[in-house]
Design a protein around this ligand. Structure first.
Ligand SMILES: NC(=O)c1ccc[n+]([C@@H]2O[C@H](COP(=O)([O-])OP(=O)(O)OC[C@H]3O[C@@H](n4cnc5c(N)ncnc54)[C@H](OP(=O)(O)O)[C@@H]3O)[C@@H](O)[C@H]2O)c1
Length: 236
C-alpha cells in the first residue's frame, strides 16, 4: 500500500476509530480524522507525538454536502488510498421505544453516511487505479439481536450494498473489506452495561489492530469479510 496516500477515517474521535487512527499513524500513514466534534479530534492530537499527528477534518457523514466538502479539502492536501467507514451510532432500545427521529439518525449516519463517503471517493479511486474501502460493520449484520433493529438494518444494509459494489469495482483494483466486530468496550455502550460487561468485551485497540492487519495484507488476496469476537464469545 502506498504510504504517501492518505487514510480517511470517519468517527475517529473515540473508540474504534480513534484506535485505528493511532495504529495507522504509528506506522507512518497520513491520517485524515473526521467526526462531528472537532474538540475531541484536537484532544486526539494532544495525545499523539507531533510527528504522529492526524489531519483534523470535522465532518457530519449524515450530510452529503458536508461529506463532499470534506473530501475536497482532503484531496487538496493528499491523494487518498483508503476510506474507513467507522462513524456509527445506536440506541439499545426496543423497536416500539425508538422514535422515528432516532431511527432516521441511525440509518442516516450508519448506512447513508457510509454510502455518501463511498460515492464521494469512488471516482478518485478509479482515477488512481485502485483504493481500499473498509466498513466497520458489526456482528448484528449477520446475527439476530434485540434492541438493535434499526442498527441491525443499517449494518446489514451496508453489508449488502458493499457486497454488490465489490463485484462492480474489482476491475478497478478497489478492495472492499467488511469488518464485523462483536462487543467492544467503547462509549457507544451505555455506562451501566459497559461497567457490567467490560471484562467480556474486546478493547478498541484489539479491533483496530485487526483492521490495520486486513488493510496491510497485500498481494493477490483480499480480506473480504472478517468477524472479530471476544474470546469469551457473545455477551449473554
Ligand atoms: N462498540 C462495539 O461494541 C461495536 C461493535 C461492533 C461494531 N461497532 C461499530 O464500530 C464503529 C465505532 O463505534 P465505537 O464503538 O467506537 O463508538 P464510539 O466510541 O461512540 O465512536 C463513534 C464515533 O463516530 C462518530 N460519529 C457519530 N455520528 C457521526 C456522524 N454523523 N458523522 C461523523 N462522525 C460521527 C463519533 O464522534 P462525534 O459524536 O463527534 O461525531 C465517534 O467518533 C461504529 O460504526 C459501531 O457501529 C461497535
Amino acid at each position: 500500500m502506498k504510504k504517501n496516500y492518505g487514510i480517511w477515517i470517519t468517527g475517529a474521535s473515540s473508540g474504534i476509530g480513534k484506535a485505528v487512527a493511532i495504529e495507522f499513524t504509528k506506522i507512518g500513514y497520513k491520517v485524515f480524522a473526521s467526526s462531528r466534534n472537532s474538540v475531541d479530534l484536537e484532544r486526539l492530537n494532544k495525545e499523539l507525538p507531533e510527528e504522529q499527528s492526524v489531519e483534523i477534518m470535522p465532518c457530519n457523514v449524515a450530510s452529503h454536502s458536508n461529506v463532499d466538502n470534506t473530501f475536497k479539502k482532503i484531496i487538496s492536501k493528499s491523494k487518498l488510498g483508503c476510506l474507513i467507514n467507522n462513524a456509527g451510532i445506536t440506541t439499545f432500545k426496543l423497536s416500539e421505544e425508538n422514535s422515528i427521529r432516532e431511527i432516521e439518525d441511525i440509518i442516516s449516519t450508519n448506512l447513508l453516511g457510509s454510502i455518501y463517503t463511498i460515492k464521494t471517493v469512488l471516482p478518485h479511486f478509479i482515477e488512481n487505479g485502485g483504493g481500499t474501502i473498509i466498513n466497520v460493520l458489526s456482528v448484528v449484520a449477520r446475527q439476530v439481536y434485540t434492541k438493535s433493529s434499526a442498527y441491525s438494518a443499517s449494518k446489514a444494509g451496508l453489508l449488502a450494498y458493499s457486497n454488490s459494489l465489490r463485484e462492480e469495482v474489482r476491475k478497478h483494483n478497489i478492495r472492499i473489506i467488511n469488518i464485523l466486530p462483536g462487543a467492544t468496550e467503547t462509549q457507544m455502550w451505555p455506562k451501566k452495561l459497559r461497567e457490567e460487561f467490560s471484562s467480556m468485551m474486546m478493547t478498541a485497540q484489539n479491533v483496530a489492530r485487526t483492521i490495520v492487519w486486513a488493510y496491510l495484507n497485500e498481494g493477490n488476496a483480499v480480506v473480504e469479510e472478517l468477524v472479530v469476537k471476544p474470546i469469551t464469545g457473545d455477551l449473554k
